[in-house]
Write a protein that binds this ligand. Structure first.
Ligand code: EPS
Length: 398
């Protein structure tokens, strides 16, 4: 990210998590309700383990804000881990109890988890040193910071929503959702499913996985609505916004594929079916009757809804274990079990919203600049006027 940059710190069972977000302009009013709501939304969902009964995430602002307005300096957020009180003897940054730490030492890597590659890379004797940072608990910090990106985007009218498109095989053939579909998502439903008629079957599948000591993945779709045209660029590979979004969304734990618009379906057919025709709009601008491109052409937003789907593999921590090897003895053994979730798919939607918001806010600041929100808004209006004039300046424009 060029203008806005997020760094997070902290371990899953350590004292807590920090988010450091640099590049926010001054004068952004903090929407405290949004911050609280998004943190709660991330904790919600059928299939979460007992940890979610312990935590009640709240972000404390420790820098960058005064009287409810950003100051232009780094935003510093702190989210305490309530579970730390249970883990202090094993996770204290100062001194651990060797006996207690030995009881929780991890030495049989879980297939699909960071345990093995992380161990090979960092050469730690206890794989807990890897998994503590690899844990998806870190996404709490992303969501807290992402709420500020959403606040900035709201200044120019952008809204972001998400929902669960499929869980395991249930809903795998569901069509690419639209903004109207996401407006129907019930935030309080067990799985935040986009197609409510599939939810019962999804819940039954989670129950089955739970009974069998197994886990599940699936797909979540995020849509950003009223995205200004002209964010990102075609001129350089690393400026293309589709690539930047894919990187950010792929970085979410267990995401193995990212799709923009109807990318998968488009790859299987002819170009005439994949591309969105361009018509003259009622106001003399342009109108697109379809949005297979998911709001991005050539790495630039085209003014349509931005549609992005993340496909998450099933969680790597299985109660029934998987074939593995004990690093201490070299023996083949079943992988160790750590308390975990059966699925965290509804949370993944909220996290993906945050990552999309951070990338879009970065691209907005890159396009419009401005040290204050007032300046950003003025630049936004000026750019919009230029785009309107350009759209109406064609030779055949009546
Ligand atoms: C996680 C394992 C579980 C999840 C955790 C991510 O934690 P624990 O091992 O403490 O039961 O609940 O997610 C969160 C704590 C969270 O806030 O999302 C993992 O190994 O990735």
């Amino acid at each position: 990210m060029r203008r806005l940059h997020l760094t997070t710190g902290g371990e899953s069972h350590g004292p807590g998590l920090t988010a450091l977000l640099t590049g926010l302009p001054a004068g952004l009013r903090v929407d405290f309700d949004l911050l609280t709501r998004d943190l709660a939304r991330r904790q919600h969902g059928y299939g979460r383990g007992n940890r979610m009964k312990i935590e009640k995430d709240t972000a404390e602002i420790r820098g960058g804000v005064r009287g409810g307005e950003t100051l232009g300096g780094p935003l510093v957020l702190w989210i305490a881990n309530r579970d730390y009180t249970n883990w202090e003897p094993m996770m204290s940054p100062v001194k651990v109890d060797p006996r207690r730490a030995a009881q929780r030492r991890v030495h049989i890597p879980r297939p699909g988890h960071t345990d093995l590659p992380g161990g090979l890379k960092y050469l730690r004797d206890d794989l807990r040193d890897i998994l503590e940072r690899a844990s998806a608990r870190e996404t709490t910090a992303r969501v807290a910071a992402g709420a500020f990106a959403k606040m900035l985007l709201a200044e120019v009218g952008v809204e972001i929503r998400s929902g669960v498109r499929s869980l395991g095989p249930v809903g795998i053939d569901a069509p690419v959702p639209t903004w109207e579909d996401l407006l129907q998502v019930d935030e309080t439903s067990p799985l935040r499913a986009i197609d409510r008629s599939l939810e019962e079957e999804m819940v039954r599948l989670v129950d089955r996985a739970q009974q069998e000591g197994d886990t599940l993945g699936g797909a979540v779709t995020v849509i950003a609505h009223r995205v200004p045209a002209g964010l990102g660029s075609h001129v350089q590979w690393d400026e293309k916004l589709d690539g930047r979004l894919a990187q950010a969304v792929m970085s979410i734990h267990a995401v193995k594929a990212v799709e923009i618009g109807a990318g998968l379906q488009g790859s299987a057919g002819f170009g005439s079916a994949a591309h969105d025709p361009i018509h003259r709009g009622p106001d003399g601008g342009f109108r697109r009757p379809s949005n297979h491109a998911g709001g991005l052409e050539g790495g630039i937003t085209n003014g349509e809804d931005l549609v992005i789907t993340a496909y998450k593999k099933p969680i790597a921590t299985l109660r029934k274990g998987m074939p593995s090897v004990d690093r201490d003895t070299g023996e083949e053994k079943v992988s160790e079990y750590e308390r975990s979730d059966v699925t965290a798919l509804p949370a993944a939607g909220v996290i993906a919203e945050s990552m999309v918001a951070l990338v879009l806010a970065d691209a907005l600041l890159e396009k419009l600049g401005g040290d204050s929100v007032a300046e950003l808004r003025a630049h936004f209006e000026a750019t919009r006027a230029q785009q309107r004039a350009w759209a109406g300046s064609g030779h055949n424009t009546p």
